[in-house]
Design a protein around this ligand. Structure first.
Ligand SMILES: [Zn+2]
Length: 81
């Protein structure tokens, strides 16, 4: 049985663009399973499709606004669940 694939990828903070190294886990099918920033000062932003990160210093409303700006279709996608 195939195993999940773990890779470290650089991802920019969704609000300010600061780059964090992320440990990202993909399923054998290539779907996002989990992700965690390996650098301190940032945290994962929950998203079912992509590894997203934001600095701890950004408020929730800032993160939501940035998400809406970068991924306008995101809210609609979530309704499919
Ligand atoms: Zn930031």
């Amino acid at each position: 049985m195939a195993e999940n694939r773990k890779v470290v990828e650089p991802h920019g903070c969704i609000v300010c663009g600061k780059v964090y190294n992320m440990l990202v886990v993909y399923s054998p099918e290539g779907n996002l399973v989990n992700c965690t920033p390996t650098d301190s000062g940032g945290h994962r932003v929950p998203d079912q499709d992509r590894p997203l990160v934001a600095c701890d210093r950004h408020g929730e409303s800032q993160i939501e606004a940035a998400l809406a700006k970068h991924y306008p279709g995101r809210a609609a996608e979530e309704e499919e669940e």
